[in-house]
Design a binder for this molecule. Structure first.
Ligand SMILES: [Zn+2]
Length: 134
């Protein structure tokens, strides 16, 4: 079947997903859950129509999503929730950032987070080497 001219239709509510910032598919793409090749093939959803994921977006500009069922973050492991909130909130900020920026879609995904503790350890190692008297 040909792709609908009106854009992608949310498989949950049946409304069009007009903006990338509303797109659950693009959100999962930037956080690395969906490969770019799947973007045009996978079913689309609004971010808010996937509340189990949307509940992890914690930001002043995002109206919080609350899940009452057993997938609600209040029932999940605290450490897991922290990781998910960090990742998915960054993903959401990223799609806000790339929307209209003109950068290629292949550049949308988040870069792996720099491991600061490793960097600091390397720096200390470097300093102790350079401080060593000959
Ligand atoms: Zn929807």
């Amino acid at each position: 079947m040909a792709k609908c001219d009106e854009g992608y239709i949310c498989e949950v509510c049946g409304e069009a997903v007009d903006e990338i910032v509303d797109s659950d598919l693009y959100l999962r793409f930037v956080i690395g859950l969906v490969p770019q090749s799947e973007l045009t093939k996978s079913p689309e959803r609004h971010i808010r129509c996937n509340p189990v994921q949307a509940q992890f977006i914690v930001h002043d500009d995002f109206e919080p999503v609350v899940v009452d069922g057993s997938f609600g973050k209040q029932f999940l492991d605290e450490e897991h929730v922290k990781q998910q909130q960090d990742l998915i909130t960054r993903g959401w900020l990223r799609i806000c950032e790339v929307t209209g920026s003109g950068i290629p879609v292949s550049e949308y995904p988040l870069k792996p987070k720099v491991d600061m503790s490793k960097l600091i350890a390397e720096r200390q190692n470097f300093n102790s080497q350079t401080n060593n008297p000959e």
